[in-house]
Design a protein around this ligand. Structure first.
Ligand code: HEM
Length: 356
């Protein structure tokens, strides 16, 4: 049995509980009733908007958190979502994660985390551009940037959720999905604040703002310092690579970092330190391989243990999963909120995981 098969079975067994089964059924019905699908790569419509659209635009501009919908031109209702409404969105995503377990290692969770990170990781603190406020990856050119290859799977996974809860912006939805995926994959509690509004294609960020996996820590510092992170935070964020895998048809790299790619643990750090990594012999891009040949590390991952300032953090997180969870929750919250103009009275929501 291959390592991938073992980990897939392990992940499925770990995630399958009778409580979740209930969600799976209701979600299946919701999915079937989903109605019209919206395509995330859809170009923004030409402005032939009637007055109602301008009213809605004004509401969004006045502050996120409101959704205006109309049955006719006479009745206009303002819907202000509550914490319970956001928890419903969370539950819907969690139930779809449970239901659609035939993807990759048994879960869309990792690719949802990657979507939330790539939406946020374009932030530039000098120009205050990019970041999760806008969801501009829906449009070319940003959706077509090499770094975003494969994220259409995550965006499409969320379309039925958007159709069921049309009041939530794509930008709030993608981040909520990242939070949900982390918690459902047994990671730490990640506090969430809504308030992002969708922007049009004109707000797309230039290519090159996300890290290049073939490079070392000088490059990582350039990229992450631009967002406002320090060395410890870079190492804590990299621990997300306990999740998911590389795909030859996306980044060109291949394989998972850990044996349990759908469960968040500090295994990324323990493996990085304790395995003997050698350069893989293949005709793909340079990457590292363990002796079982089942696991991989990117040059950018491997560089962390060769860096004097970063290595001590790899060692700390390898020794202490609680410390990793505490620091990861803090840094991922900071990442997901980069550049978001929250209203001062925005309440933080702590979502209840479905496996609690
Ligand atoms: C430190 C710099 C980083 C580099 C160079 C990097 C690079 C990559 C690459 C090349 C892949 C494989 C994509 C594919 O082929 O599908 C990947 C996947 C992934 N990355 Fe990163 N990444 C970085 C940081 C992060 C951060 C900060 C997070 C989240 C907090 C993250 C979360 C993920 C996840 C969850 C996957 C798996 C996606 C899947 O299974 O489809 N990465 N990353």
């Amino acid at each position: 049995m291959s390592a991938a098969t073992v980990s897939r079975q392990f992940a499925r067994a770990a995630l399958r509980t009778s409580a979740r089964q209930t969600f799976a059924t209701s979600s299946l019905q919701a999915f079937r009733q989903g109605g019209r699908r919206f395509y995330s790569s859809e170009q923004p419509k030409k402005s032939s908007a009637g007055p109602l659209v301008y009213v809605a635009g004004a509401a969004v501009a006045a502050g996120a958190g409101y959704y205006l919908f109309t049955q006719s031109s006479v009745s206009t209702k303002v819907f202000t979502p509550t914490e319970t409404d956001y928890q419903k969105v969370y539950n819907e995503i969690a139930s779809r994660l449970e239901e659609k377990d035939d993807y990759d290692d048994g879960s869309y969770g990792p690719v949802l985390v990657r979507l939330a990170w790539h939406a946020s990781g374009t932030y530039d603190k000098e120009t205050r551009t990019g970041g999760s406020d806008g969801a501009t990856m829906r449009f070319a050119p940003e959706g077509d940037h090499g770094a975003n290859a494969g994220l259409k799977h995550a965006r499409d996974f969320l379309e039925p959720v958007k159709a069921k809860f049309p009041w939530i912006s794509y930008s709030d939805l993608w981040i909520l999905a990242g939070v949900c995926a982390i918690q459902e994959m047994q990671g730490p509690t990640v506090p969430y604040r809504p308030g992002r509004s969708d922007k049009d294609a004109a707000a797309c960020t230039p290519d090159g703002r996300l890290p290049d996996a073939a490079q070392g820590t000088d490059h990582l510092r350039n990229i992450f310092y631009r967002m406002g992170f320090n060395d410890q935070e870079i190492v804590a964020l990299a621990g997300a690579h306990a999740l998911g895998r590389c795909h030859t048809d996306r980044s060109g790299f291949e394989g998972p970092w850990t044996f349990s790619p759908t469960i968040l643990t500090n295994d990324y750090y323990t493996l990085l330190l304790n395995e003997k990594w050698h350069i893989r012999k293949w005709d793909g891009p340079q990457q590292y391989q363990d002796k079982t040949k089942g696991l991989m590390m990117l040059p950018a991952d491997y560089a962390l243990i060769g860096d004097k300032a970063m290595r001590p953090w790899v060692e700390k997180y390898a020794k202490d999963n609680d410390l990793f969870f505490k620091d990861f929750a803090a840094v991922v919250t900071k990442l997901f909120e980069l550049g978001v103009p929250f209203k001062p009275d925005t309440k933080t929501i702590i979502f209840k995981p479905t496996n609690a």
